[in-house]
Design a protein around this ligand. Structure first.
Ligand SMILES: Cc1ncc(COP(=O)(O)O)c(C=O)c1O
Length: 376
């Protein structure tokens, strides 16, 4: 892991907890993916980490952006992104937000319902629309798709109506769920996408774009297949299902690009037992669910944690955050063990914490400040 981050932490000794992101790793992830998926537009999902430093690096490398709000669109533009390379990917937008995005030059909008399509047609006339279809999210550690995407028949129906409403039925998208551990999920979604293309072609509508969504994983505590397995799966699947030629392709990675670039350093606030007989120690950190580690909900994302005593004898722990809230427990069932020598005041590192942390941090729950972040 990043020597640069450890040097920064050792030299600067910033107040804890804090996240430090190595921008070289961000650039490296982008370049690796671009090399593995030539010809595919990489639209970074801004929500994963919207720091201007991250966006500037990616814009400089030619990335497009998937934005979930007008604020994210503005951030992408401020960082040097171009409006024609921004997808307003949220399927839940106010009419005023669609109009604001349109005024900023954005012309690609996602939707998954009739009402949203009508809003886009009214507030962003002539724009390209992209229908999100529901696909399987099995294998995703942080699933999303039950909330998003409509079924195949509804998607077909909506795309047939789009032209009549004055927007361009341009493409379709899916999201196989975040932190997707099964590369083969893309094959199933791409197969369904091809059926969607064919069904609409039979109606005289030629879709031009397929958006492969997010979902590429980061390395946390459980092994995931290497990125090459994912991109190979996608390419083979695309070649199999679109033998007559590929449409324009986009992909919207968030987690994959930034997670492994970031490390949170945290301090052990308290180590305690609740009864003299307890074997399990409660270890309370100065960072928790309300200061960035929201994805520990249901112990979904299991971060790798390093302590100064690793390698010595270890015992089971329940890891918790510092707030006076009962849900601020990070791991109770996941079987974490930490060294018996771990002491109050020790600094511990939480790896692959660059995605979905800073923006999940509350503004001041319990009087604790939002997670501080540095980009180096
Ligand atoms: C529309 C859309 N695209 C892309 C992403 C990024 O997903 P991931 O971080 O899993 O790559 C998300 C995540 O919520 C999303 O909602």
């Amino acid at each position: 892991m990043s020597e640069k981050i450890f040097r920064f932490l050792a030299e600067q000794r910033p107040d804890l907890p804090c996240l430090v992101v190595d921008l070289d790793v961000v650039a490296g992830k982008y370049r690796a993916l671009a090399a593995l998926l030539p010809g595919v537009g990489i639209y970074y999902a801004v929500k994963a980490n919207p720091a201007p430093e991250v966006l500037s690096v990616l814009a400089g490398l030619g990335a497009g952006f998937d934005a979930a709000s007008v604020t994210e669109i503005r951030s992408a533009l401020d960082a040097g992104g171009r409006p024609e390379r921004i997808s307003y990917g949220s399927t839940i937008k106010k009419r005023s937000e669609i109009a604001a995005a349109y005024a900023l030059g954005v012309r690609l909008f996602a939707f998954d319902s009739q009402a949203e399509l009508e809003k886009i047609a009214e507030a962003a006339p002539g724009s390209r629309v992209c229908c999100r279809i529901r696909v399987s999210e099995s294998g995703a550690d942080w699933p999303l798709t039950r909330k998003f995407g409509c079924d195949f028949d509804m998607a077909c129906d909506l795309m047939r109506r789009a032209g009549g409403l004055g927007v361009d039925p341009y493409g379709m998208m899916f999201h196989v769920g975040s932190q997707q551990t099964k590369p083969e999920q893309w094959d199933a979604a791409i197969e369904k996408s091809k059926q969607f293309f064919d069904r609409l072609r039979a109606d005289g509508i030629t879709l031009k774009m397929l958006n492969l969504g997010g979902g590429l994983p980061a390395h946390y505590r459980t092994e995931v297949p290497p990125i090459e397995r994912y991109t190979q799966e996608m390419q083979e699947s695309l070649a199999r299902h679109f033998p007559e030629g590929l449409p324009e392709l986009l992909i919207e990675p968030g987690r994959y690009i930034v997670a492994e670039a970031g490390i949170i350093q945290s301090e052990v606030v308290l180590i305690a037992k609740k009864s003299a007989k307890d074997e399990v120690r409660w270890v309370y950190l100065d960072v928790g669910k309300f200061s960035g580690l929201a994805e520990t909900m249901d112990e979904a994302i299991e971060y790798v944690i390093r302590t100064p005593h690793d390698g010595g004898p270890a015992g089971p722990v329940i890891l918790a955050g510092p707030t006076c809230d009962g849900v601020d427990v990070l791991y109770e069932k996941a079987g974490y063990k930490l060294p018996l020598d771990l002491a109050i005041g020790d600094r511990v590192e939480i790896f692959a914490a660059g995605a979905y942390t800073t923006t999940y941090s509350t503004v001041g729950f319990n009087g604790l400040p939002p997670l501080k972040d540095y980009y180096i």
